[in-house]
Design a protein around this ligand. Structure first.
Ligand code: SME
Length: 318
């Protein structure tokens, strides 16, 4: 497959070789070098020449210099993680169609990402300066993921929504899922919402306690690669332990776990949240991630809130 993520930031940092009063002159060289991208970028954001000159005037050499240093030390790794997060959900983004490419570079710090029509395909340009100014450069893989997702939904530019705000926004979509008549459908919809919108959720599914056995979990609705673990006895694996202890389990590095059932060698971290109804485990929400240390307090409380709502629903509907 072609390279989904490209880094052309070097060309932007050339700016630093010029006297500040000649930055606009360099901007035009940069524009010509990346024809038609920069031109289209300016058009998409309605940036007049006058405004561009002002933006360049307001840029601080020292700030740009710091960004360049930081970028040089993390660019390799960040580019790899961007590409990994996006290709992991290639089916969602229809990567085979080669409809778009992601370009990491410096722009004018106006928007975090802008999608423009390039010579061959769409180019989703990510502005490192915009992220740097908001101290979000280290979140680049999530920014890139959101940019692609929103591009596929028809947006042409936007700003990154950090995890905490993203979860607050997603809560509406979770509530919509509860409008479904059957709980199974609600769970299906929840899996879909989580899988699509959260970059580091690579497998999202429910396990439900087998009502005839009460000490075994059965695979319920899920999104992601099929798993061989369709039945898990209480106590076995992360899922079984979470069920037995009726507590959320967060495993930041699955390779360090001894009582663990592997679904895919790509999985690096996992969270399992039980759904407890009248002191009994009704089921649980299980999420795998291809990234180490994926789950923090935001994930935990958001997912526990979802499971609590499912529990209420079960109690009410019986
Ligand atoms: N890893 C889980 C098994 C379920 S799969 O992740 C889908 C476990 O150790 O229980």
């Amino acid at each position: 497959m072609r390279k989904v993520v490209q880094n052309v930031a070097d060309d932007f940092f050339e700016l630093l070789r010029y006297d500040k009063n000649r930055w606009f002159e360099y901007w035009k060289i940069y524009r010509a070098k990346h024809e038609p991208l920069i031109d289209e970028y300016e058009k998409t954001l309605n940036l007049s020449e006058e405004w561009i000159v002002t933006l360049l005037k307001n840029m601080e050499r020292r700030n740009l210099d710091r960004l360049m240093q930081r970028w040089y030390s993390i660019s390799h790794e960040q580019k790899y993680h961007c590409s990994r997060l996006i290709t992991a959900k290639h089916e969602l983004f229809e990567l085979k169609q080669e409809e778009f490419v992601i370009v990491l570079t410096g722009l004018l710090g106006v928007k975090d990402w802008v999608a423009v029509k390039g010579k061959r395909e769409w180019v989703i340009m990510i502005d490192l300066l915009s992220l740097w100014n908001k101290q979000q450069l280290d979140e680049l893989p999530h920014v890139a993921y959101q940019a692609v997702l929103n591009f596929k939904r028809g947006e042409r530019y936007g700003d990154y929504v950090p995890k905490k705000e993203l979860f607050a926004k997603l809560w509406n979509k979770i509530e919509e899922a509860f409008a479904q008549k059957e709980l199974g459908k609600t769970m299906e919809q929840i899996c879909k919402v989580l899988y699509e919108n959260v970059p580091h959720y690579n497998w999202v599914g429910f396990y439900l306690t087998d009502p005839s056995k009460r000490d075994e979990l059965v695979l319920g609705p899920f999104v992601g690669e099929p798993t061989e673990h369709v039945r898990i006895p209480f106590g076995r694996g992360i899922c079984g332990q979470a069920a037995e202890r009726r507590a959320t389990f967060v495993v930041q590095d699955v390779s360090k776990e001894t009582n663990y059932l592997s679904c895919s060698p790509k999985v690096e971290s996992e969270i399992v949240v039980p759904i407890v109804v009248n002191e009994e485990v009704f089921g649980e929400l299980d999420i795998d991630s291809h990234v180490l240390n994926s789950f923090d307090e935001n994930d935990k409380s958001f997912l526990e809130r979802i499971c609590e709502k499912i529990s209420q629903e079960v109690r009410v509907k019986g």
